[in-house]
Design a protein around this ligand. Sequence first.
Ligand code: BGC
Length: 251
Amino acid sequence: MAKHGLPLGIDVGGSGIKGAPVDLDEGAFAAKRMRVDTPVPSTPDAIADVIHGIVDHFDEVRGDSPIGITMPSVVTHGVVRSAANIDKSWIDFEGEKLFEAKLGHDVVLVNDADAAGVAELHYGAAKGQKGLVVMTTLGTGIGSALIYDGVLIPNSELGHLEIDGYDAETRAASSIKDKEGLSYPEWTKRLQRYYSHLEALLWPDLIVVGGGVSKDHEEFLPLLKLKTPIVPAKLENKAGIIGAAWLAAHK
Ligand code: BGC
């Protein structure tokens, strides 16, 4: 029998908005994920309408279900502060307030990589890890999450480290590999520069690599030479949704 009143996780990305109710005992989706193309322009109202449709779609979601929503943005105290891959009207927009008013649910708004890091901490590659975990998501951009002894330090934005005069994500994101037609060994050279720098600044205990490309981890992770153990994420593209739901339920 389907469970009801489950938290809902929603992942807002530059090309798609995806959502699913989450079973937090299992750390898994409780129903098939729903995906809708991100509206163009991706303004707050247009995105809120899409999310409304996703909330209505699931029987598992009741009036008291908390909703966690990820954004590809810095989010401080419910306010969106940056907009690298979505409409610029999000900057300084009170997103959490808008969504709570439109949806009639308690909402937690969180950076996408931070949500993925939280999911990996509770159910995936960083489970039980003490000390400093750095989660990185390789996709359109590079997202990051810092977790110390199980506590998230939000909005780390390590994809925007300046390395060799470049914003790191414009050299090493997986979208750049595709755009420039780089082979895995060619791309790995850029990842090596990126992760060596990250390691020298933070001395983490574990680095977790997520994002869609992490399913091909055997093509690039073994080529990297680092002091820190570096492992693929376990929850793949489910991590954002699961982490957002976890954070909403633990607000
Ligand atoms: C944004 C981050 C985001 C990452 C992945 C970066 O460009 O600045 O906030 O986590 O992309 O979407």
